[in-house]
Ligand binder design. Structure first.
Ligand SMILES: [Mg+2]
Length: 285
């Protein structure tokens, strides 16, 4: 059985890494409960004041809401330790000059809204779609049929509209059952598939893991907090998904650390293609 990340960190990781990025589901918690060693490791990192962030593709809970959910499941996480793909909307809006533009929003983007914090204006009213400069996918509970049909019809008339998908995940584990929820990435790709049948190509702009924007966003955030450049190979990304955690870390030059407490079995890890091979494998955090 491989050792835990905590054992590695205490032995040599604290000298090898300047920063730790943790995935949440399947890495620190599962089914609304902390995974073994997660609480102790987070407490220890706080005592050491060792820089760490929870890097999440959850775009429908603000930092305050996410920290409260994590507290409920027994993980002592402050708002300042959350970094969501929603936070990267600010970087996207600045680079694309979309600040102040009105976007049509499917689903939720937290309270306060990550879109508002990025200087974007949003509406969920299909009647306003003709005035919108793009479509943005949030997530969570909403009236899919009404919103997605409005989006589909809008693209039939205006195929040039940008589509921003904050969380690219296809599905996610529900915290109160062992069922899976259908994610916003899957909803966006469903619309793109329908449009392709109608002869229209729409290429979504994805923001969350494993896409590069979230890594560029978190590195910019860390540099501004630490007041110095961060070296990607001194950052450890610890997660349970070969796709969203390991491939994203590898592609962006981070040290990729797989934990076997989530969706990846030892066999899947052993058979991973080169771009998804973790640098290090641990039994748990
Ligand atoms: Mg995970």
């Amino acid at each position: 059985m491989p050792e835990t990340f905590t054992q590695y960190f205490l032995r040599q990781g604290k000298d090898e890494f300047d920063l730790l990025l943790f995935d949440i589901d399947g890495t620190l918690s599962s089914g609304g409960r902390p995974l073994p060693g997660a609480r102790e490791l987070l407490e220890h990192l706080s005592e050491l004041a060792f820089p760490h962030l929870l890097l999440t593709n959850d775009s429908c809970n603000s930092h305050r809401e996410k920290a409260a959910l994590l507290h409920e499941c027994g993980l002592p996480v402050g708002e300042e330790h959350i970094f969501s793909c929603g936070d990267v909307l600010k970087l996207w809006a600045a680079r694309t000059n979309y600040q102040g533009e009105l976007l049509f929003q499917c689903g939720k983007l937290g309270d306060p809204s990550y879109a508002e914090l990025a200087g974007l204006r949003t509406t969920e009213d299909p009647a306003e779609l003709p005035r919108c400069a793009g479509i943005i996918f949030g997530e969570g509970d909403y009236d899919w049929q009404r919103q997605l049909e409005a989006v589909f019809n809008s693209y039939l008339r205006r195929p040039e509209l940008p589509m921003i998908v904050v969380n690219p995940d296809s599905y996610w584990p529900c915290s109160d059952s062992d069922a899976m929820g259908i994610g916003s990435g899957a909803q966006a790709r469903f619309i793109c598939t329908l449009l392709a049948e109608a002869g229209i190509t729409v290429t979504p702009c994805y923001i969350g893991k494993p896409y590069p924007l979230i890594y560029q966003g978190v590195e910019a955030e860390l540099e501004s907090r630490l007041g110095r450049p961060v070296l990607p190979h001194r950052i450890a990304m610890i997660g349970d998904s070969l796709y969203s955690d390991i491939q994203g870390a590898n592609a962006n030059g981070l040290r990729s650390c797989l934990v076997l407490t989530g969706i990846t079995t030892p066999r899947l890890a052993a058979e991973a293609p080169p771009e998804r091979k973790p640098d290090l494998i641990f039994s748990a955090v």
